[in-house]
Design a protein around this ligand. Structure first.
Ligand code: ZN
Length: 132
């Protein structure tokens, strides 16, 4: 079951600078900053009325976010939808022949579980299934 949009992931060159922009220009509050080593990123979450911006800075030049920025520059990287049972959502999508990047959930920020759905199936959006 899909609950809502949880966050929008934005690839940035410098997390501290980007967070300062959103704090100063928009008055948003930083909720937490952490490193997700499995995905080679440092992330910062900002709250906007229960939906979040997840700013992602690569911690390695060969990480997926570094490669994204190299190809396309900074910008929207993915949209994450909150699901109550990620294994079940993955199973349903597989049944419907949806192309998945992760068929087994990975560890995300804050002890969450996440899996990416391929942009080829979603008409161009990197979609993240996200279970808190
Ligand atoms: Zn995300």
């Amino acid at each position: 079951m899909i609950k809502k949009i949880d966050h929008i992931g934005i690839a940035v060159n410098n997390l501290e600078e980007s967070l300062s922009f959103y704090e100063e220009a928009l008055g948003l509050k930083v909720e937490n900053i952490e490193e997700v080593s499995e995905q080679k990123v440092k992330v910062g979450f900002l709250d906007i009325g229960g939906v979040h911006l997840e700013l992602l800075e690569s911690t390695s030049p060969d990480g997926p976010v570094a490669k994204f920025i190299e190809k396309r520059g900074e910008g929207i990287h993915h949209i994450a939808i909150l699901v109550d049972d990620i294994e079940k959502s993955i199973a349903v999508m597989k049944e419907k022949q949806v192309k998945l990047i992760d068929e087994i959930p990975r560890k995300g920020a804050g002890g969450s579980k996440m899996a990416f759905v391929h942009p080829k199936s979603t008409h161009g959006i990197l979609l993240e299934l996200y279970e808190k």
